[in-house]
Design a protein around this ligand. Structure first.
Ligand code: SAM
Length: 222
């Protein structure tokens, strides 16, 4: 039987309570964003019934929409203010993009697969989310044209922090990125103060690889 809008809203409310609030996601604006953004609009039609479950889901091209809790941990770590500008590397379904767009002034997001970029753009357009610029390309190099950014979020795992990304951070800016081996990484928070970078580990995670020039792919992005 097809899920109703009320069923999906209830599933989203429960997701926020059980998967986020009870696991110590406490930022009020972040929790509001997760209540507002309909995750089921970003999953493939065959996965709508699982949209609010506690795990990643396939979105095509061998990629995934991340577990809601992991999206929340990364978002909270960015400490976004509403006047700030963000760069997201790895658009995927556009779900994390929509959460960031709810919290910040403008989001630039880069995806290596044109097919995923097109679907994410369609998802964002349908929800009338307009403060986003979607780009196709190698996000491991960032997007110098709109730099510097108060927040940079990388949603794929890198072998090390790409210097091109830390160079694109504004003074006081925050970069959240999974770094490590192909199958296990540390989620790092890198901050820039007086031009100097400091870094700390937020937790441990497993993401799909960041390809491209400053990822695992050399000059190969796909
Ligand atoms: N946050 C996304 C969401 O909410 O659906 C999930 C992102 S998925 C875990 C990681 C994404 O990073 C994939 O869509 C992948 O194609 C993309 N990616 C990997 N390397 C990239 C690169 N060098 N440039 C841009 N995108 C890249």
């Amino acid at each position: 039987m097809a899920l109703t809008k009320a069923d999906l809203t209830q599933a989203r409310t429960q997701m926020v309570e059980w998967q986020l609030r009870r696991r110590e996601i406490s930022d009020r604006r972040v929790l509001e964003a997760f209540l507002e953004v309909p995750r089921h609009e970003f999953v493939l039609p065959e996965h709508v019934a699982e949209a609010y479950e506690d795990h990643p889901l396939p979105i095509g091209e061998g990629q995934t929409i991340s577990q809601p809790y992991m999206v929340a941990v990364m978002t909270e770590a960015l400490r976004l203010q509403e006047e700030e500008k963000v760069l997201e590397v790895g658009t995927g379904s556009g779900y994390q993009t929509a959460i960031l767009a709810w919290l910040a002034r403008h989001v630039y997001t880069i995806e290596k697969y044109a097919s995923l970029n097109a679907r994410a753009q369609e998802n964002l357009r349908r929800l009338e989310i307009r403060n986003v610029t979607c780009l196709v390309g190698d996000g491991s190099q960032g997007y110098q044209e709109a730099a510097p950014y108060e927040g940079i979020l990388v949603t794929a795992a890198a072998p090390r922090v790409p210097q091109m990304l830390s160079d694109q951070l504004a003074e006081g800016g925050r970069l959240v990125i999974p770094v490590g081996e192909i199958y296990s990484q540390e989620l790092l928070l890198v901050e820039k103060h007086e031009g100097r970078l400091s870094q700390k580990t937020i937790n441990y995670c497993r993401f799909v690889p960041l390809t491209g020039k400053y990822g695992w792919g050399g000059n190969q992005v796909n």
